[in-house]
Design a protein around this ligand. Structure first.
Ligand code: GDP
Ligand code: MG
Length: 179
């Protein structure tokens, strides 16, 4: 029974404004969405229950999104507190949104030691795969190492590509690290 609480995972999605964090969560979470649960913080809280097939385990993901408050330094440490997992998110069309993730990591490292992090390159639908990309797959994989993330996944919140996979992966990694 005590296991029940162990299976509530707090996950924070971070990254520069407009990389697609809120859109990713709306696409992913259909059953519950609570806006501005804490008005003073101005965050969005999303709840999603999943079963991780490989380990046949049910977990509840409690996913926190800054909801447009990315630029407010003062609120961010509270936001990270107690996080089990971090989704580092950048926009595949904006190289600097990837570079800036290092700043997000430094800030998070001062507050919490998550069980698992993953790196998401969003807006893959906007990439012309025949041309030179603003961020190559290689740069994504390299950044994954620098962020100490377990994997790099390219997503499209618009076309619902890669999103379920990203959340399954972070949940699985949290489970593996905790047990
Ligand atoms: P946030 O500030 O990180 O929460 O970003 P938003 O979720 O508000 O998204 C910023 C803008 O990018 C919005 O206009 C979204 O519609 C758009 N957007 C988000 N994800 C995608 C995607 O995968 N593909 C495309 N083409 N647009 C996206
Ligand atoms: Mg947002």
């Amino acid at each position: 029974m005590s296991h029940h609480l162990d299976r509530l995972y707090k996950i924070c999605i971070v990254g520069d404004g407009a990389v697609g964090k809120t859109t990713i969560l709306h696409q992913y979470v259909d059953d519950k969405f609570v806006e501005d649960t804490k008005v003073t913080i101005g965050t969005n809280l999303f709840i999603k229950r999943i079963t991780i097939p490989e380990i046949n385990t049910r977990v509840t993901l409690q996913i926190w999104d800054l909801g447009g408050q990315e630029r407010f330094f003062a609120v961010r440490p509270n936001f990270y507190a107690g996080a089990h997992g971090i989704l580092y998110t950048f926009d595949l069309t904006r190289f600097y949104s990837l570079i800036n993730l290092k700043k997000w990591k430094d800030e998070i490292d001062r507050v919490v030691k998550p069980f698992a992090s993953i790196l998401i390159g969003n807006k893959t639908d906007l990439i012309d795969h025949d041309r030179t990309r603003p961020v190559s797959k290689e740069e994504g994989r390299k950044a994954k190492e620098d962020l100490n993330a377990c994997c790099y996944i390219e997503t499209s919140a618009k076309e619902n590509i890669g999103i379920d996979k990203a959340f399954f992966r972070v949940a699985k990694e949290i489970f593996k690290s905790k047990h």
